[in-house]
Design a protein. Sequence first.
Length: 179
Amino acid sequence: MRVLLVIALVATTAAADPLPSGALGLTFGGMSGTGADAKRIGYGYTFGLRAAWQPMNTDRHWGWTIRWSTLFGNLLYGASAAKVDPSLRTVQMDLTGGLRFRPWANPSRYLTVRGGVEDLRTNEPLPPSNHRAFVGGIAEIGIDQYEGSFLFNVDIRYGLIGSEPSNIALFIGVAITGP
């Protein structure tokens, strides 16, 4: 009888491990204009900082996420809008919100889907509007992978939905996670 009592007390359900809610890190990637903006913007690299808040436990298969990014771009190749400077320089600031899914068994890897708003600024006016500041929607899809106290991610982002200049980017990032 004592053995059954001990087994019953020990066999309680274990609590899920919490994942770190916050992440602060660096990102690097390539960016290109799309459609009519492909020639105006050209293509090149971008880098920056990201901060995310995404509370979740390992027993859940979905959760929410909010992320802020500030990115600096240097579009060296084929940017016809770069008239004075040989490259088109950009600064992008965005705020996105979305969902994280875990469609597989690994509790440290998540598929992310985000949408939000972006502020894009350039060092030279972009045709046909000849403005240097643009605001529009963005959409991202990516994969997050936890490894110890680090979060690695790969994201594909389409920027300035329904506005110009449209662009697409592929980012690779690493972040330090915390409470």
